[in-house]
Design a binder for this molecule. Structure first.
Ligand code: ADP
Length: 163
């Protein structure tokens, strides 16, 4: 019998994806056989982009990496992990302020399903202050976000804010 494939899921809103997310995804994908971005359908954050558009931007950004996939999910992350046969969840940690929320969520997920392990990774320091809100704010006000997002995201933000 062959070895079981080790898969990790990367859940989030990704509204839109930026280089901090990609940095974590690429490094995590090297530790597992495959990684799947799962875009939250029911985010409470009132996303700027539709789920379909967020998925498209992620797909375009990681098109050269063959062990990373993208899908969406509703409901509990741990249930989705079971559904797609992932054994772990990857989340990014930027500041101590991320820790409290992430810790709570990891504990709850562990309570819900002890077979799914939460793993945390810090980004490259150049992305430590980066988040999707800052990217949107700078873009909306005409600032240059080229160092922080893939080209396709820069284009979509430009379209969104020039309407
Ligand atoms: P959320 O899932 O909290 O709605 P995001 O979709 O932006 O927010 O984030 C998904 C995951 O990516 C979270 O674990 C978050 O901590 C992580 N993340 C966001 N920005 C960065 C960054 N600049 N560097 C590393 N991880 C990040």
């Amino acid at each position: 019998m062959g070895e079981k494939v080790k898969k990790i899921i990367y859940p989030g809103t990704f509204d839109p994806i930026h280089n901090g997310h990609i940095d974590i995804a690429i490094r995590a994908s090297k530790l597992f056989d495959s990684l799947e971005f799962v875009v939250a359908k029911n985010s409470e954050k009132m996303p700027l982009f539709s789920v379909q558009k967020r998925i498209k931007m992620i797909e375009e950004s990681i098109k050269d990496i063959n062990n990373i996939k993208v899908s969406s999910f509703g409901g509990l992350v741990v249930d989705h992990a079971v559904k797609i046969e992932a054994s772990a969840i990857i989340r990014g940690l930027r500041h101590v302020s991320d820790f409290e929320f992430e810790f709570q969520m990891a504990m709850m997920n562990f309570h819900l399903n002890k077979n799914i392990t939460s793993i945390f990774m810090m980004p490259d320091e150049k992305y430590i202050h980066l988040n999707s809100s800052v990217v949107k704010d700078v873009s909306k006000n005409g600032g240059d976000i080229s160092d922080f997002v893939p080209k396709c995201v820069k284009k979509e933000l430009f379209i969104k804010y020039s309407k």
